[in-house]
Design a protein around this ligand. Structure first.
Ligand SMILES: [Cu+2]
Length: 198
C-alpha cells in the first residue's frame, strides 16, 4: 500500500506540472463513497480508490454527451480514473450496494463564460510552501482565496483586498504537509493551482 501511495504522489506531482486541472479523490469504503458529493471543473479527473470491500463505480444519470462508466473497485482493481469533459450533474452507484445507499453525485462546473486569471494578475511565488504562502497580485481587487484538500474539502479561506504590485503572505503553518489546491476568485474569474505544503 505504501508503494501505491508513493506512485500516486509521483503521478500527482507530474500532473501538476503539465496542466492546471485537478485530480479529485473519492474513497470507496464499506458502504459509502467518501465524499459522496463532489464539485469539480470540466477537465478535472476523478479518482476512485479502494478503501475496503468489493464495489463498483457505475454511472447511472449523466449529462448528454458525457461518457458512461462502469468499473470494479476491489482488491484486483484498486482505482479507477475518469476525466470529466461535460458540465452538469452526474449520478453514480456501487452496483453491488446501491440498495444500501452507496450512491455518489458529481457536480461539474463548466468553464464557459469564465475568464481565467492570468499569472500576471495573481502569481504564487512559492508553490512548495513551508510556513507562508506568498502571492504577488498585480491588480487592485477583492480576492477570495480558498484552499482545498485533494478530496475537495475546504480547509482554509482567505479574503484579501490587494493593490497592484503587492505581495501578500498567508500562513499555512497549521496545516498538515501534503498537496492542496488553491483557488483564486475575484468574483468574475477564477483559477486553481496546486501547491505543496512541506
Ligand atoms: Cu459497494
Amino acid at each position: 500500500m505504501k508503494k501505491i501511495t508513493y506512485a500516486l504522489f509521483i503521478i500527482l506531482i507530474s500532473m501538476s506540472k503539465i496542466s492546471s486541472a485537478s485530480m479529485v479523490m473519492v474513497g470507496v469504503e464499506n458502504f459509502v463513497f467518501n465524499p459522496a458529493n463532489i464539485t469539480v471543473n470540466v477537465g478535472d479527473t476523478i479518482m476512485w480508490m479502494l478503501s475496503a470491500g468489493t464495489h463498483t463505480t457505475t454511472s447511472t444519470n449523466i449529462p448528454v454527451g458525457a461518457a458512461s462508466w462502469d468499473a470494479p473497485i476491489n482488491t484486483a482493481n484498486q482505482m479507477f480514473m475518469y476525466q470529466v469533459t461535460v458540465e452538469g450533474e452526474y449520478e453514480y452507484i456501487c452496483s453491488i450496494h446501491e440498495s444500501m445507499g452507496m450512491i455518489g453525485r458529481i457536480t461539474v462546473l463548466g468553464t464557459s463564460g469564465i475568464n481565467s486569471i492570468s499569472e500576471t494578475q495573481a502569481k504564487i511565488l512559492n508553490s512548495m510552501v513551508q510556513d507562508d504562502l506568498k502571492i504577488k497580485f498585480n491588480s487592485s481587487k477583492n480576492w477570495q482565496i480558498g484552499l482545498m484538500s485533494l478530496t475537495g474539502a475546504m480547509v482554509k479561506q482567505f479574503s484579501v483586498v490587494t493593490e497592484a504590485g503587492r505581495i501578500e503572505s498567508f500562513s499555512l503553518s497549521d496545516l498538515p504537509n501534503g498537496i492542496y489546491i488553491i483557488r483564486f476568485s475575484d468574483g468574475q474569474a477564477s483559477k486553481s493551482q496546486r501547491i505543496i505544503k512541506q
